[in-house]
Design a protein around this ligand. Structure first.
Ligand code: DX5
Ligand code: ZN
Length: 219
């Protein structure tokens, strides 16, 4: 099994000391920083936009994995082009996904396609050759700290088979409810990147302890 990457999400971090939280994740050995942009329309919650992402760009060298939970994501790609490394858009709000992925590539970024728990694999199947990443939501997006919907791991396994059969190199990223207790299961289902929100930024353990626990669980 190839090395699985850990992508802490700042959603449950302390926003009053966000720079310190991000630096702690980098020092702890995180591979990627996952940034959840929500618009109060595609999902009920509202988080942050390009200004915050630009501010964080100055405090860490970690690659930025941008998760756009917004309607009409194609209208905002330019605004994130300077700061993101990977831009992920939801299939449910991207009727012209091929064009959207192409636009992201033209901006010089990796392009990801995300699907909600209620969206079937068929919806993204035609995008597999064009995507650098498929993000499988294992919760209904909107908040951190939810329980993983275990059945979604079967979906991950199906996407892994399709990628392997087609010879496509896209990463599979799992987002939602990843914990030390299920990280290995996620990797075995075929994920190569795990988003870790409340399992990294929480009140029980330090960021360093949390990242170490996830690494240990992956073996
Ligand atoms: C939720 C976000 C997630 C969130 C995950 O809509 O997309 O990235 O931060 O948080 P946990 O890991 O706590 O489920
Ligand atoms: Zn996310």
């Amino acid at each position: 099994m190839p090395q699985v990457k850990l992508a802490p999400s700042i959603l449950t971090a302390d926003f009053g000391r966000l720079a310190d939280e991000v630096r702690a994740a980098e020092v702890a050995g995180a591979d990627i920083l996952h940034l959840d942009v929500m618009d109060g329309r595609f999902v009920p919650n509202i988080t942050f936009g390009p200004l915050l992402v630009e501010a964080l760009r100055k405090v860490t060298k970690l690659p930025f994995d941008l998760h756009l939970m917004i309607v009409e994501p194609e209208r905002h790609l330019d605004a994130f082009a300077e700061t993101a490394d990977t831009i992920n858009v939801h299939i449910e709000v991207s009727p012209h996904i091929n064009r959207t992925l192409d636009t992201i590539h033209r901006l010089g970024k990796r392009a990801g396609v995300c699907l909600n728990p209620g969206t079937s694999v068929a919806a993204i199947e035609e995008s597999l050759p064009d995507a650098d990443q498929v993000m499988v939501m294992t919760i209904n997006p909107g908040w951190g700290g939810q329980q993983m919907i275990p059945r979604q791991l079967e979906k991950v396994a199906r996407i892994r088979k399709l990628l392997d059969a087609g010879g496509y190199g896209a990463d599979i990223e799992i987002d939602g409810g990843v914990k030390a207790g299920n990280a290995l299961q996620c990797a075995r289902a075929g994920a190569s990147v795990l988003v870790c929100g409340s399992s990294v930024f929480n009140r029980e353990k330090s960021v360093a302890e949390s990242v170490a626990a996830l690494r240990a669980a992956l073996g």
